[in-house]
Write a protein that binds this ligand. Structure first.
Ligand SMILES: Cc1cc2nc3c(=O)[nH]c(=O)nc-3n(C[C@H](O)[C@H](O)[C@H](O)COP(=O)(O)OP(=O)(O)OC[C@H]3O[C@@H](n4cnc5c(N)ncnc54)[C@H](O)[C@@H]3O)c2cc1C
Length: 319
């Protein structure tokens, strides 16, 4: 859709080709890209290569993110008739549903599971921190297999055909991992500039990618019009990002990545605790029952009331 709109206003789109490096002049300014034997020169290059930003690393010296700043996401798409999906989620015709999971789904690693309906398919996936996965002895593939067989998930995708699967990294370090994104002749936008937030209950990067792409284009156009594409002339890109929701939101949630990384119990003990609280509420076993508070408080107390309050307070402050 976007490609068609661009072509209508005179853009030429070259798809399906991997760019291998950025071409620079003797002063180190970026003047184009190289793909195989082809070189394309340009006044400004906007680098939007996504989270695995190897060109930025190789050609601009952007440091490689640390393992604890990156997560891996895995997703499978299951085809099912729209009517079956609506029946399984009890939704009115044409409406859908979304679910989030925490706990067993990542084998207790920092991360979570997600499920959302499309018109005639269901997307199911997991996101987990690379650092945690590499030390936990589990793999994201195994966690995904187990997730699909979990009693809360298996009936939803029963008899569905898996038609697509994909894997993708997610940058999780937030504001503190944003690299330099303005260079002589080059701007970095979207995930390549690490403009993505994993807030635990939400992964957000698409709106940041769209806005930063638009700002980069506006800054590039005015620099070209002014006949100067140095980093200084392209600096309005930085101002536009900083004045917008993009950098403002990244700053607001700056403390969250550290909080989430060290909040192991959110992914292990708390989901178990919630299950135990519901068991305490609903199990009827022929024994005389105590008041609800007497059944629930010991379950919570077991995790340390003070510690729990401190952890929740820390999370609320960061979120
Ligand atoms: C599991 C998961 C769930 C997510 N959920 C959400 C969500 O619900 N909401 C949300 O807002 N965001 C979500 N995100 C984040 C969102 O997908 C990204 O922030 C967004 O796609 C970034 O857009 P982008 O254009 O910067 O990068 P990308 O979408 O990654 O696009 C980069 C493109 O560049 C291409 N490319 C890379 N290197 C080269 C090269 N050398 N030469 C040529 N082409 C190259 C890639 O093939 C790719 O097509 C999620 C991410 C994951 C992994």
């Amino acid at each position: 859709w976007m490609a068609e709109l661009c072509e209508k206003v005179g853009c030429e789109i070259i798809a399906g080709i991997g760019v291998e490096e950025l071409v620079k002049d003797d002063s180190g300014a970026v003047i184009g890209i190289k793909a195989g034997d082809d070189e394309i020169t340009s006044q400004v290059v906007i680098l939007a290569e996504g989270v695995n930003s190897l060109l930025a690393e190789r050609s601009l010296g952007v440091p490689r993110p640390k393992r604890n700043e990156m997560a891996v996401g895995i997703k499978e798409l299951f085809e099912l008739p729209a009517r079956t999906i609506e029946d399984r989620f009890l939704t009115p015709e044409g409406e859908g549903a979304a679910m989030l999971f925490v706990g067993d789904c990542t084998h207790g690693s920092v991360g979570g599971g997600f499920l959302y309906t499309n018109k005639d398919s269901i997307s199911l996936g997991l996101v987990a921190t690379i650092e945690e996965l590499s030390t936990s002895g589990t793999t994201i593939y195994q966690a995904m297999e187990d997730f699909k067989h979990h009693p809360a998930v298996a009936p939803i995708i029963r008899d569905a055909t898996m038609v697509e699967h994909s894997g993708h990294m997610v940058s999780e370090g937030g504001f503190d991992m944003i690299p330099e994104y303005v260079y002589d002749g080059c701007l970095i936008a979207g995930d390549a500039a690490m403009l993505c937030m994993n807030l635990g209950y939400q992964v957000r990067g698409m709106d940041l990618a769209v806005a930063s792409g638009q700002f980069a284009a506006e800054a590039a156009c005015s620099a070209i019009d002014g006949g100067n594409v140095s980093a200084q002339a392209l600096a309005p890109y930085r101002t536009m990002l900083e004045d917008s929701f993009v950098i403002k939101d990244m700053k607001t949630f700056r403390a969250w990545p550290q909080t989430m990384e060290h909040w192991d119990r959110m992914f292990t003990e708390y989901p178990t605790m919630v299950a135990e609280v519901f068991n305490a509420m609903f199990v009827v076993d022929g024994e005389p029952q105590q008041h609800l508070a007497k059944r629930i408080i010991p379950v919570v107390k077991q995790r340390g009331l003070l510690r729990l309050a401190k952890e929740v307070r820390g999370a609320l402050k960061a979120l």
